[in-house]
Design a protein around this ligand. Structure first.
Ligand SMILES: [Mg+2]
Length: 164
């Protein structure tokens, strides 16, 4: 069997891949989201280069009772569908996701590396040559713990990412 290493673009969800429509930090309901348009060109360039898009998100709000797990799964499904719609000119786009529903410091919760390693094992990810985009310290910590190169979603250096 041929063994191929893949590269991945890991992306945090809240305030990175999506923003609230309301402008609030925390969504007012499960429909209070829109794709972060500024990130789409970067995701497109990553897809063109065969990167797997890997959404990794802490969703402690599930265990805290702010959103049910079923509601979150449905929301994530809608987000991925919308993203695929935006990327549908690129055949073979691969989008995977992991979420952590615990608000405790478990192995799966960023900044711990559990979600990253789960995806790395499933999809043979070459972490050293992969990238993480996020908005918080926990995302930076996750990137460090997974040996990924980190970019803050607000960083101007993102504009030149995947451009030679
Ligand atoms: Mg975030």
């Amino acid at each position: 069997m041929e063994f191929t290493l893949n590269k991945a673009l890991f992306i945090d969800l809240d305030n990175t891949l999506i923003k609230t429509i309301s402008g609030k930090t925390f969504p007012l309901g499960i429909s209070d989201w829109k794709l972060n348009e500024a990130l789409l060109p970067i995701i497109e360039r990553a897809v063109k280069r065969n990167y797997i898009i890997a959404i990794v998100t802490n969703q402690g709000g599930i265990e805290e009772g702010f959103i049910t797990e079923a509601q979150f799964i449905s929301k994530l499904d809608d987000i991925i569908k919308e993203l695929i719609k935006k990327l549908n000119k690129y055949k073979g786009v691969r989008i995977v996701s992991e979420y952590c529903k615990s608000y405790k410091e478990v192995y799966e919760r960023k900044p711990n590396p559990g979600m990253g390693y789960a995806i790395a094992l499933d999809f043979n990810i070459d972490m050293k040559n992969s990238i993480m985009i996020g908005d918080r310290e926990e995302d930076k910590g996750f990137a460090d713990n997974c040996n990924l190169t980190f970019y803050n979603v607000l960083s101007s250096s993102l504009e030149t990412l995947f451009i030679d």
